[in-house]
Design a protein around this ligand. Sequence first.
Ligand code: HEC
Ligand code: HEC
Ligand code: HEC
Ligand code: HEC
Ligand code: HEC
Ligand code: HEC
Length: 411
Amino acid sequence: MKKEGVVPGATAAATPATVAAPAAGGGDAAAIAAGDALFKGNCAQCHAVNEQVVGPALAGISKRRPITWLIPWVKNSSKVVASGDEYAVALFNKFNKQQMPSFALSDKEITSIIAYVTSEEGKASTVATAGVTAGNAAATDGQEAGGAEAGAGKYVDILLIVLVVVLIVLVVTLVIIGNLMKDVLRGRKDLDGRDVEILEQRFDWGKLYRSPMLRGIVGVVFALVLLYEGVQSVMAVGLTQGYQPTQPIAFSHKLHAGEHQINCAYCHTSVYKSKSANIPSANICMNCHSQIKTESPEIKKIYRAIERKQPIQWVRIHNLPDLAYFNHSQHTQVAGLQCQTCHGPIQNMEVVYQYSALTMGWCINCHREMPLNTKDNKYYDNLVKLHDTKNAGAPFTVSSNGGTECSKCHY
Ligand code: HEC
Ligand code: HEC
Ligand code: HEC
Ligand code: HEC
Ligand code: HEC
Ligand code: HEC
């Protein structure tokens, strides 16, 4: 491992420094918009700008790290870590050796993501200050502060409503004027036949209704909407993303895993050792609840289950079909993935819901991108050497090791 470290390090340093650093603050709007989309598509599952999710908050990143570091990092972070880069190694250790996947993004795309992040920095606090300023101004002048940028969206809404009202008033006025003029004309005697015809002309709704063109357009639009909805619902058959059943006891992960910081594996004891993560039995609850909140009606449900010698009937949320093989220990212990990568912010969930789609595409996408966690794993030593001699520079992902072969998950 150590020996190969030299090569990636050299490549990382050799990455062209020609890419312009993103403009602080303003930045160019097109790059920011592109960065926004790229960020949401690739990074948002693990990063937010102003708070830590799976990975660190990215606010201030353009000041913390030069773009010449950021580009190779996003392309292949494990290579930067392997090169012995001090900052990268410290960060990697701080985040429990969790590997960030590699991304086949261009230098320009990465620069636009950074520009987007820079433009989003401190957004929450800016809005809050703008709100306070607006509030103060309103209190002193009795009118909204015109300068507060945060209120711009609201002004556009108000402007639109005013415009609609003006238009309605205009239409009504025109109809009234039209009718008045018709009445005046009808009073005149010197009109010939054609003038009268024009005067009494009415809009022919029947003709519009019979128009084949209009019928065609409506028909096509209707068919397209139907097709779209149909495809959407067919694609969603068997998908249970977002499933959040009511559980028999109001057990809260937010309270236990979040506020009280109880380790996931304290309850899901087998998650690092075996294929499935177990659901804790009532006696694990009793380690604490023989003392804590003993009078709570929810806790009494635990006592009742124990008295009756019956398990608590938790409703299962995640459930792959039997045709697929998934093993927790391989992902948590060997790959070193955090639970949140797949299960989302469990520590903030009052009631657990299925965060990921759990489709085959979901498994495969990660296997294509995620580098193998080969550190301190003798099993991989020879494979890494073989891979590096054959495809120097390419990340050693799960799929390079056969992780997308059908028989790995189906047998
Ligand atoms: C699967 C989760 C995951 C995804 C997806 C992900 N990251 Fe990361 N990222 C991490 C983790 C974890 C770290 C902390 C370092 C480590 O453990 O390797 C990190 C660190 C970083 C850092 C260094 C932050 C610092 O404070 O120095 C940057 C920059 C970064 N990621 C950018 C990105 C960008 C840009 C994307 C999208 C193209 C992205 N990440 C996608 C998990 C992820
Ligand atoms: C105090 C015990 C306890 C701790 C700590 C705990 N859990 Fe749980 N977990 C449970 C119980 C009980 C259930 C079943 C009831 C439910 O779904 O809320 C459960 C359910 C789950 C489920 C859904 C299982 C299904 O039915 O598909 C996931 C995923 C999960 N936990 C992940 C985690 C993660 C990740 C952590 C750490 C951040 C964690 N748990 C910490 C007790 C715990
Ligand atoms: C490591 C200790 C610990 C374990 C294990 C534990 N809890 Fe708790 N539980 C707590 C603490 C601490 C509170 C918060 C008490 C408070 O708010 O004063 C709590 C509160 C609760 C509450 C809310 C009670 C109420 O009325 O406010 C429920 C329900 C609950 N736990 C269910 C469970 C279940 C079910 C299990 C087993 C799967 C479990 N707990 C395991 C420590 C634990
Ligand atoms: C690579 C993605 C991934 C990671 C990482 C992961 N899980 Fe899971 N988890 C799943 C999948 C997929 C299922 C559904 C398994 C099935 O139905 O056979 C699942 C199911 C569960 C269940 C329900 C019981 C079971 O085994 O079916 C619990 C509880 C759970 N996970 C807890 C955890 C905890 C705690 C962690 C972190 C220590 C964790 N998971 C990490 C993907 C993941
Ligand atoms: C967030 C990323 C991620 C997701 C999502 C994920 N995996 Fe994996 N998976 C990995 C990593 C990383 C490894 C490599 C672990 C190792 O070093 O052996 C792996 C390894 C495997 C292996 C062993 C492959 C081999 O070469 O021996 C199987 C089987 C597997 N995963 C099944 C699944 C299934 C089934 C799903 C979906 C339900 C899934 N994985 C979802 C990251 C993921
Ligand atoms: C990384 C793991 C993984 C690999 C590799 C994989 N699959 Fe799957 N496959 C799954 C999972 C998980 C499901 C269940 C998804 C669901 O229910 O939506 C699935 C579902 C399927 C289904 C649908 C079954 C049904 O009833 O809907 C077929 C067919 C299938 N896989 C074929 C294949 C073939 C062919 C390959 C090889 C080219 C392959 N799979 C490779 C994980 C995998």
